[in-house]
Design a protein around this ligand. Structure first.
Ligand SMILES: [Zn+2]
Length: 311
């Protein structure tokens, strides 16, 4: 149990969860450069935390975990964005990441929910071009991802830097994994944003207003991420079916001159995917990718699901 640093009641979940987490899939062992946090979305209460290196409270580029909030900003600006479609075309590795999708074969013609599921950079780029920067930054402030008193500063960022942040390829905006998880929780618990404090839950920080239709689109896209999209590795490895999630592979070093990239992997997930989830998780893999993070999340959520269904 040395890998669980801190857990709040119910302790039965803590102690019963430890060995099943390791046994859920042969070979799963969390490395000390991997961190995870599980919370109860309805209360913000931490259930399980492993964070040997303290990554949960350090700030990192968001990667594609920001895409969901870009979509929220777009839909708040104009609800008709839910019908927005574009074409993600094939590209070469030599093409700039700013002008292409990570998926070099191209996703083809693609709509909103599929773009979230597949984490299509080109779709988000086309959408981002149409979002007023003030609407994007205010949405991040609504969800506690930036400080509202610094809005004027963010509005001075260059057009390109702002678009890169909206797509998830930029490295200038940095947010802690803990803050990202609580921001996502507000999409799953009726809009209650809990303070992202490493010392424990501190009650409701803010109430975020998001329309039911926006929440439906986001949750549907995140469910498809797990069942058919970029998070499918987690479904395949864990067998945990009812998860809504989002992968993120964030560049923290990149040189387009040398083609050298280093990335962190992240995954945010909620289970079950319908109604009020009993667990929300964020996994952070230093120098990893979203695929590995989704696999870890799947195993942990599967264990929590089994324990919660015990009579
Ligand atoms: Zn694409």
């Amino acid at each position: 149990m040395n890998w669980v640093r801190m857990v709040f009641p119910p302790l039965v979940i803590l102690f019963a969860a430890i060995s099943p987490v390791r046994a859920a899939r042969p070979g799963l062992e969390l490395k000390n450069n991997e961190s995870l946090l599980v919370v109860e979305p309805s209360s913000g209460r931490p259930l399980l935390e492993y964070d040997e290196k303290g990554y949960l409270d350090l700030q990192f580029p968001t990667g594609s975990l920001i895409k969901v909030f870009t979509v929220v900003a777009a839909l708040k600006q104009d609800p008709s964005f839910k019908n927005f479609r574009t074409t993600c075309r094939p590209s070469r590795w030599s093409n700039s990441s700013f002008e292409t999708c990570w998926y070099r074969q191209g996703h083809g013609e693609i709509g909103l929910e599929e773009a979230l599921a597949q984490s299509c950079n080109w779709y988000l780029r086309e959408m981002a071009e149409r979002i007023k920067p003030i609407n994007f930054w205010e949405t991040l402030a609504d969800f506690g991802l930036i400080k509202r008193q610094r809005l004027a500063e963010y509005l001075r960022w260059s057009r390109r830097e702002t678009l890169e942040v909206m797509v998830g390829t930029g490295i200038r905006l940095k947010v802690s994994p803990r803050a990202l998880l609580y921001a996502y929780c507000a999409l799953f618990n009726g809009g209650y944003l809990f303070e992202a404090s490493h010392t424990g839950p501190a009650g409701v920080f803010l109430r975020v207003k998001v329309s039911p239709e926006i929440l439906r689109v986001i949750r549907s896209g995140m469910s498809r991420c797990w069942s058919e999209g970029s998070g499918k590795s987690g479904l395949l490895s864990s067998g945990q079916a009812s998860v809504a999630g989002k992968t993120g592979t964030a560049a923290y070093y990149c040189s387009e001159d040398t083609g050298s990239w280093k990335t962190h992997g992240m995954f945010v997930g909620f289970s079950p995917q319908e109604g009020l989830p009993r667990a929300g998780i964020i996994v952070f893999c230093f120098s990893g990718d979203g695929r590995r993070a989704a696999e870890i999340a799947g195993d942990v959520l599967a264990v929590i699901g089994r324990l919660s269904s015990r009579p």
